[in-house]
Design a protein around this ligand. Structure first.
Ligand code: NAD
Length: 302
C-alpha cells in the first residue's frame, strides 16, 4: 500500500477548516470541497491548497478522502451519491481510502464500508475528541477504526491533525467509542445543571456549587470544569459545538445500545432531553445553552 499524499477534504466547517489547514502545513497535497462554495473560497485564500467545484473533482486522483460532515446520512450521500452522479465514489480509484472524521452511527459506517468494498475502497472511522480549540492547535485525540494495516497507512495523515491516536479495533469501533464518550459527557453536563438548579432554588450559589462539585465528584468532572464554569455561568456559550450534534451523538449511543441488546434506560432519557432542548432552543446553538432549557423550564437562573 502506497503512502497517502494527495487528499480530498470534504466539509470545511468549524472543525474541517483548521484540520485541512494542518494537512497543508504538514506538506500534504490538499483539495477541499464544501456544499457552501464561499467556504471553499475563504479556505483557499486563508490556507492555500486547491478548491474543488464538485465532489468528483475533490476525489479524482486522490489517495484518500477525508469527510468532516454533520452526520452519517450526509456522509453516505456525499460518498455514494444515493442517486446522484456527483459523489466521492465516482471519483476515487481502487486502493484509495475514505477517512470519516465526522461523528457517525457505527452501524452506518459498517454499511458504508460494505458498499465500498466491491470498488476496492476502504473506510477508516476517525472521529475526534476535543473541540474547535483543539482542532486549531492540532491537539485532538483521534480514535481509529479499521484493520491494523489500514490504520497504519492513515496514521501519518491523522498524526498531522492530532495529539493522541487511539486504535480502537475494526471499522465502526471508533465511531461507537466516540458516541459513548459523548454520551457520558452529555449525561454529566445535564446532571450538573439539574443539581445546580435545585441547589439555587434551595439558596445555594451556583458558582460555589460548581467549584465544590469538582473535588466532591470523582475528582475531576470535565463538563463542570470545561463547560459549566467558563461557558454557562459566564453566559458566554462559546465551545463551538452545536447542541444538535450532542443530541445526535447521544442518540447514536442509544441506538448502538439497542442494536446490541444492551440496557440503557438512563441513556434513553438523556437522549430525549437533549433532543427536546435542541428542538426547543435550536440545534445550532452552542451545546452549553442546554442550561437555558433548565432555566426556562424551572424559572431558576444559574
Ligand atoms: P459544521 O456544521 O461547522 O461543518 C460541517 C460542514 O459540512 C459545513 O461547512 C457544511 O457546509 C458542510 N456540509 C454539509 N453538508 C454537506 C454536503 N452535502 N456536502 C459537502 N459539504 C457539506 O460542523 P463541525 O462543528 O465542523 O462538526 C463536524 C463533525 O464533527 C460533526 O459530525 C460533529 O458531531 C463532529 N464534532 C464536532 C466538534 C465541535 O466541537 N464542533 C467536536 C468533535 C466532533
Amino acid at each position: 500500500m502506497s503512502a497517502i499524499r494527495k487528499i480530498g477534504f470534504i466539509g470545511i466547517g468549524n472543525m474541517g477548516n483548521p484540520l485541512a489547514g494542518h494537512l497543508l502545513k504538514k506538506g500534504f497535497d490538499v483539495t477541499v470541497y464544501d456544499i457552501r462554495p464561499e467556504v471553499v473560497k475563504a479556505f483557499v485564500a486563508q490556507h492555500g491548497g486547491t478548491g474543488a467545484a464538485t465532489l468528483v473533482d475533490a476525489a479524482h486522483g486522490m489517495d484518500a478522502v477525508i469527510t468532516m460532515l454533520p452526520d452519517d446520512k450526509v456522509v453516505r450521500k456525499v460518498v455514494l451519491g444515493e442517486g446522484s452522479e456527483n459523489c466521492i465514489a465516482a471519483g476515487l480509484a481502487r486502493g484509495a481510502v475514505v477517512i470519516d472524521m465526522s461523528t457517525c452511527n457505527p452501524s452506518a459506517t459498517r454499511s458504508l464500508a460494505e458498499a465500498l468494498k466491491p470498488r476496492g475502497i476502504e473506510v477508516v472511522d476517525a472521529p475526534v475528541m476535543g473541540g474547535v480549540v483543539f482542532a486549531k492547535d492540532a491537539t485532538l485525540d483521534i480514535m481509529m477504526g479499521g484493520e491494523p494495516a489500514l490504520v497504519e497507512r492513515v496514521r501519518p495523515v491523522l498524526q498531522a491533525m492530532g495529539r493522541n491516536l487511539i486504535p480502537c479495533g475494526v471499522t465502526g469501533t471508533a465511531h461507537a467509542l466516540k458516541a459513548l464518550a459523548n454520551y457520558v459527557n452529555a449525561c454529566a453536563l445535564i446532571n450538573a445543571i439539574e443539581a445546580m438548579t435545585i441547589g439555587k432554588r434551595f439558596g445555594l450559589d451556583p458558582k460555589l456549587m460548581a467549584e465544590a462539585l469538582i473535588p466532591m465528584c470523582a475528582g475531576r468532572n470535565h463538563p463542570i470544569e470545561k463547560k459549566v464554569i467558563p461557558h454557562i455561568l459566564t453566559r458566554q456559550y462559546g465551545t463551538g459545538m452545536a447542541m444538535g450534534f450532542i443530541a445526535k451523538d447521544v442518540k447514536i449511543a442509544v441506538e448502538t445500545a439497542r442494536s446490541v441488546g444492551a440496557f440503557a434506560p438512563l441513556g434513553e432519557r438523556v437522549s430525549e432531553l437533549w433532543s427536546a432542548a435542541a428542538e426547543k432552543l435550536g440545534p445550532n446553538l452552542d451545546q452549553t445553552q442546554i442550561a437555558r432549557y433548565w432555566e426556562e423550564s424551572t424559572g431558576v437562573r444559574l
